[in-house]
Design a protein around this ligand. Structure first.
Ligand code: NZQ
Ligand code: ZN
Length: 387
């Protein structure tokens, strides 16, 4: 195992009706002015907005709404939030939503205290913010694990880059599975697949040798697969939703990454696809994963064979690692079809080949991937994903 230091700053309130407990306990630590951030309006339809606003007001806070944070949040939206935070002397940011709202707030939290352009600081100069407005997160759509880390995936529309930025950690996160009940099933599955993807991206990182983090990871992958299947039969199953919500958090709370350099190659390609098409994150990953893995598995056949056996129950006796590994990737692909996720870019309405070349040319190549891909190979993968 690689050396590591582990400590975690996010306090989690998990379970039914935990919003009020969390807010009444935590809000006392912050000043009066609260930026209440949310997306396109789902929180108003399902009653979460009224409930949260009511608690904030009861706690004597002055609430400023920062609304309309879109899926795949843009850097322009971050600037809008930072401007609001500065103009209204905001003391605390409360993000209520899925990964997009939470990510946007992580960067608003930093940009609100920074005069320099954060994108230029992080991407051009390699410097990172260290002052943040405190923030909390109430999760209404699970899967990204965004509430547990300080990474934020932001789309810079001018530069055509959907990139990972570093911002604030939430001081606390509320994970109430009941709040996900109004999420459309397609998005529930997409989020859960994102969690599975995070697990795989970590599992196949370096070094390849087995370690405790991978043992825990296998348990989470199996749990995600099983609970997606449960939800497909019984949409409102609270137990399955709560399991998926905690699995999502576990994927991004650092535990699985201990002692490892993660892969995240599928994510890098998907993010750039998102920069060009604004596509759904989980769906893009579902299309990319099997094809990407067929391009790389021979470089880590032992690990892919273990994945096949432990996660998918493939029988390995009398087979080479490569054979077993290939059957594991087939099982992953079959699962993607079984749960109704897209297997081709065409199914996602993405057809433009010239654009795919640009995606390939602008995708990062990660250090943790078992094979260092070239832009041409990424293009080949995307072409194979096309239909
Ligand atoms: O905007 P509203 O109206 O709230 O609707 C949202 C949005 O349309 C809706 N929604 C959320 N909670 C709901 C609900 N609808 C009904 N009932 C509820 N309870 O769901 C839609 C999608 O929301 P979004 O936040 O975009 O989804 P998700 O949580 O999947 O987040 C995706 C973003 O997170 C990034 C992705 O790239 C993408 O930009 N990621 C962030 C990561 C991180 N910070 O660690 C890791 C991931 O790999 C990922 O890249
Ligand atoms: Zn993801």
């Amino acid at each position: 195992m690689n050396n590591f230091t582990y400590s975690y700053p996010v306090k989690v309130y998990f379970g039914k009706d935990t919003t009020e407990t969390a807010l009444t306990t935590e809000l006392k630590k912050y000043g009066k002015n609260v930026l209440l951030a949310y997306g396109g309006g789902s929180v108003k339809k399902n009653g979460v907005y009224d409930a949260v606003k009511g608690i904030l007001e009861k706690e004597g806070k002055t609430v400023f709404d920062f609304s309309g944070i879109m899926p795949n949040p843009t850097y322009a939206k971050v600037q809008e939030g930072a401007k609001m935070a500065k103009e209204n002397n905001i003391d605390f940011i409360l993000a209520v939503g899925g990964g997009s709202v939470i990510d946007c707030c992580k960067i608003v939290s930093a940009q609100a205290l920074e005069e320099k352009n954060l994108w230029e600081m992080e991407f051009d100069q390699g410097t990172y913010p260290s002052n943040f407005l405190p923030m909390g997160a109430i999760v209404t759509a699970s899967g990204t694990g965004a509430e547990m880390n300080n990474g934020a995936v932001i789309t810079n529309e001018e530069r055509k880059i959907k990139g990972g930025m570093l911002g604030a950690f939430a001081d606390f996160a509320v994970l109430d599975p009941e709040l996900t009940m109004s999420l459309p099933m397609k998005q529930v599955i997409s989020g859960a697949f994102d969690t599975l993807s995070h697990c795989m991206e970590t599992y196949f990182g370096q070094p390849q040798e087995d370690n405790l983090s991978d043992d825990i990871n296998e348990a989470i992958m199996k749990s995600v697969i099983q609970n997606i299947r449960t939800l497909l039969k019984d949409e409102k199953n609270y137990h399955a939703r709560s399991e998926l919500m905690w699995a999502s958090a576990m994927g991004e709370n650092g535990i699985l990454k201990i002692g490892k350099v993660t892969d995240f190659q599928a994510h890098q390609i998907e993010h750039q696809l998102g920069a060009y098409t604004d596509c759904n994150h989980g769906q893009g990953l579902a299309v990319i994963h099997p094809t990407l893995y067929r391009h790389i598995y021979k470089e880590a056949a032992g690990k892919f064979a273990r994945f096949a056996k432990e996660v998918w129950g493939i029988f390995g006796e009398g087979k080479s690692d490569e054979q077993t590994a290939a059957e594991g990737i087939d099982a992953l692909e079959a699962f993607i079809k079984e749960i109704g996720m897209p297997s081709t870019l065409k199914e996602m309405g993405i057809k433009d080949k010239e654009m795919l070349r640009k995606v390939a040319d602008s995708s990062n190549v990660t250090a943790g991937c078992c094979k260092k891909l070239t832009a041409d190979e990424i293009f080949e993968i995307l072409e194979e994903c096309a239909e």
